[in-house]
Ligand binder design. Structure first.
Ligand SMILES: Nc1ncnc2c1ncn2[C@@H]1O[C@H](COP(=O)(O)OP(=O)(O)OP(=O)(O)O)[C@@H](O)[C@H]1O
Length: 272
């Protein structure tokens, strides 16, 4: 577990049921995320990772139960009060969600312009420092389309952290990046957590990322939280579903090369 982990939870899900309309996607979610840790939110496609993330960040009211974000019950307050709490968090979207017609400088400074009255020289200095931190000095007047995919992710990270949030939510930060660039982004996230003690909740499928990044993993399956623990704990889990993910065991319908029958065999047979 992280050295910086304290016993103070910054996210608390209590008896949470989340979903859409009256359809529950996840039930019985009882999870705490502690200040200063990096928690990976993991699960197969459709397991409810995005649904849980949207519920935690105030975008999708729970069907029942409670979310406390930074100690506050965010769905028991007015939208104005909720946005005050959410301002203490930052969101790194899967595809960056940058404004294509605005320069990198404008993109990064946007939250400061929306939420503060800081004078331009202060904004300029804050953006300069953040660009240096993510290794993008000198690119501030380019458009997002004129930098690489990995650089765009770092611009998005700079924007997500420009208000010095206490919690950063990252939705598949390394999606679409080659493994070397992805590892660089993971290292950068880890560095930010170490430097500033920021708590991170990272949605990811990438086992390598999880090993580098996660102090703890929250794994979703079958409409519930299937397991919570360190990578080591989950790697040694006696729950087959959890164990198989961490050891890359393919599902039954794939022939793992041991001569067993598989869907692919059946397809090949039917075509011969
Ligand atoms: N706006 C919506 N309205 C109704 N159902 C939805 C909506 N968004 C997602 N779902 C359903 O909720 C379930 C969980 O979806 P969710 O996007 O949370 O999964 P995920 O784990 O993030 O998947 P992925 O890894 O593929 O992004 C799925 O069955 C999905 O079809």
């Amino acid at each position: 577990m992280s050295e910086q982990k304290t016993s103070e939870p910054v996210i608390e899900c209590r008896d949470l049921v989340c979903g859409y309309g009256d359809v529950a996607v996840l039930e019985d979610v009882n999870v705490e995320i502690f200040r200063g840790e990096i928690a990976a939110l993991l699960g197969g496609s459709g397991s409810g990772k995005s649904t849980l993330l949207k519920t935690i960040v105030g975008l999708l009211p729970p069907l029942s139960g409670e979310i406390r974000l930074l100690g506050e019950d965010i769905y028991a307050m007015t939208p104005k009060e909720r946005s005050r709490v959410l301002r203490r968090t930052g969101m790194l979207y899967q595809y960056g969600a940058l404004f294509g017609s605005r320069t990198i400088y404008d993109n990064i400074s946007l939250p400061l312009r929306q939420h503060t009255n800081l004078p331009e020289p202060v904004i300029r200095e804050m953006v300069r420092q953040k660009l240096a931190l993510v290794g993008l000095e000198g690119l501030e007047f380019r458009l997002p389309a004129d930098v690489s995919g990995g650089q765009r992710k770092r611009v998005a990270l700079a924007r997500a952290t420009i208000m010095d949030p206490e919690i950063v939510f990252a939705d598949e930060p390394s999606a679409g990046l080659d493994p070397v660039v992805a590892a660089g982004l993971d290292a950068l996230l880890r560095q930010m957590q170490r430097l500033f003690g920021v708590t991170m909740v990272v949605v990811t499928h990438e086992l390598e990322s999880i090993k580098i990044l996660a102090d703890r993993v929250v794994m979703l399956a079958d409409g519930r939280v299937r397991a919570v623990g360190t990578v080591e704990e989950l790697s040694n889990s006696d729950d087959e579903i959890v164990y198989n993910f961490f050891h890359r065991v393919p599902p039954d319908y794939v022939d793992a090369g041991d001569g067993g029958s598989s869907v692919l065999d059946a397809m090949a047979d039917s075509q011969s």
